[in-house]
Design a protein around this ligand. Structure first.
Ligand SMILES: CC(C)(COP(=O)(O)OP(=O)(O)OC[C@H]1O[C@@H](n2cnc3c(N)ncnc32)[C@H](O)[C@@H]1OP(=O)(O)O)[C@@H](O)C(=O)NCCC(=O)NCCS
Length: 221
């Protein structure tokens, strides 16, 4: 699914469950030493997916510790993103010479719990959601949430800063399976250009909704 919504230079790996006996590194599992088994399993499988994707890039499958505010610490010259939800684990990685910012997010294709949309959506986004085609079997409110999380995962490694749900205004293009996020705060300057918008794509299959943001580097365009 991830390969459908990311550029070809991004290597991806996905699994629908947690295979037993996956090798893991103590530098990583220290972060989930006291976590519940399910959290530990998703953490280990997510990193397993990431290392398999790194192999595709020709990068040594090194440990991927947890860094500032939970962001994975990728090997030098690499950017990436990890996601997991019930029944899905996935990772995407790319060389920074090709892709500057990467964020992926998986969610169940189900409406958000009562009250969540009010806290994560701007008035303009509420209006947009009500105009999206209801018959396509897509939980558009959940898609909005997921797209914002993908935006944050792409944003954070570039800026090291928090980005609130209400600090980016999203527009979803149902037909193109895409979205754009207009930053309502000052965006980072990357390659001499101030970013004001991030773009992404989405797909929905087998009860899982996936969003991805990948901003190419100047040389990767
Ligand atoms: C960090 C966050 C996006 C994770 O999303 P989630 O749906 O809860 O969980 P997912 O399974 O999809 O992703 C979790 C993975 O995200 C990655 N992650 C966590 N913090 C991160 C950060 N600051 N930057 C980049 N990636 C991060 C990690 O790899 C994590 O998995 P791991 O702990 O097993 O390594 C979410 O918990 C959060 O804090 N959101 C608030 C900020 C936000 O989304 N703002 C919207 C701006 S428009």
């Amino acid at each position: 699914m991830l390969a459908d919504i990311l550029p070809p230079k991004v290597a991806v790996r996905e699994l629908r469950g947690d295979p037993p006996g996956v090798p893991h590194h103590p530098q990583e599992t220290v972060h989930v030493a006291s976590a519940l088994p399910q959290r530990r399993a998703e953490f280990i499988t997510g990193r397993h997916c990431a290392r398999q994707a790194l192999r595709v890039l020709g990068v040594q499958p090194v440990p991927i510790p947890k860094g500032d505010r939970g962001a994975p610490v990728w090997p030098a010259g690499v950017t990436g993103s990890i996601t997991h939800c019930a029944g899905y684990r996935g990772a995407a990685v790319a060389l920074r010479s090709d892709v500057l910012a990467l964020g992926v997010d998986a969610e169940p294709n189900e409406p958000l719990p009562e009250g969540v949309l009010r806290t994560i959506g701007l008035p303009s986004e509420h209006a947009m959601l009500s105009a999206l085609p209801a018959h396509r079997g897509i939980a558009w409110d959940r898609l909005l949430f997921s797209a914002k999380e993908s935006v944050y995962k792409a944003w954070f490694p570039l800026t090291g800063e928090w980005l609130d749900f209400l600090e980016a205004e999203l527009t979803i293009d149902a037909d193109a399976h895409g979205f754009s996020a207009r930053l309502l705060v000052r965006g980072p300057v990357v390659d001499g250009v101030r970013w004001s918008t991030l773009r992404g794509r989405f797909t929905v299959r087998d009860g899982i909704l996936l969003t991805a943001v990948a901003e190419p580097s100047v040389s990767g365009r």
